[in-house]
Design a protein around this ligand. Sequence first.
Ligand code: COA
Length: 308
Amino acid sequence: MDPEITFSELTDDQMPAVTALCTDALDLAEDAAEAGAILTTLRVRAVADRPVVGFVARRGGTPVGLVIGSISRRKAGLGHVDLIAVAPDSRRRGVGRSLLVRIEQALAGLGATEVLLAGNPPHYAWPGIDVRYTPAICTALALGYRQDRKAWNMTADLSYPESPALRSTEAAETRLAGQGVVVRRAEPADLPALTRFARETFGGSWDGELANSVDRADAGCHLALRGGEIIGFAAYGSSRPSWFGPMGTAPSAEGSGIGGVLLRRCLADQRAGGHDRAQISWVGPVPFYSGSAGARIERVFFLYRKTL
Ligand SMILES: CC(C)(COP(=O)(O)OP(=O)(O)OC[C@H]1O[C@@H](n2cnc3c(N)ncnc32)[C@H](O)[C@@H]1OP(=O)(O)O)[C@@H](O)C(=O)NCCC(=O)NCCS
């Protein structure tokens, strides 16, 4: 290990410097471009929801490595590594290994007996390690992690007006209106009913993602209602501005075209927000997204776990 490298706990005042580090160290351009949003999600927002800890590696005062981890709120004893990144010119010198060892110890100190290299919803930046971050996969294997699940995103192309992802929803909304279905943007006052609907209909908890989507810059949520009751929703931007999800349609309303309308309303917002592509994250019903928005599977993630 390089003796010039020092380690310290990540603190708020270091956020600008570690954002610059991640912009440099996240090799995939679409991740580098959202480094600021990713760090805000994993470090600033996540703290409201779960214990978060991070470490910075420095050489001569400059950050060259970062790791952020957190404890699962859904399962006792489960820790997550949410992000690890080492500056390109400091790789293969043991920095990544040291950061992972430190975060494992810190998570163990917070009660973790098992650590996942996988997203920790509701505040996650990736479902797992994108397979194109191959050095990260090698690092995980070198540190004794074993692969369990796979996950994938779908990409919706927003780069040209005729894209199936940007198909107008007008005719479908007129048809739905004839059936008593109103489609509109969600407002803060909708949140209690929306989170209740999501919980009761789909189980689990999307509370955090929904709260982060409604009435926030770079994010949004659209609803379908019948007789004042929510029967479907779609949200985007809760963790990352270019990412879409979650969404859900009540089983009683499935097949009516509501899901496609809600999805494309969100994608139109994301296009208006300047995005050329949207990531439909951690899917899900592939034929639905392919049929409703011409989306294709693109990003594939391996998820890893290790017993401490
Ligand atoms: C993944 C990453 C953090 C590794 O950091 P690092 O400081 O280079 O890692 P280390 O030097 O501690 O390597 C530890 C071990 O992992 C393995 N490893 C790391 N990079 C490797 C590579 N490119 N090829 C093969 N094995 C590799 C090796 O076994 C290595 O041990 P060794 O050098 O003694 O052989 C770094 O490559 C990175 O920042 N990548 C881009 C960001 C990223 O992918 N993050 C994950 C998504 S969140």
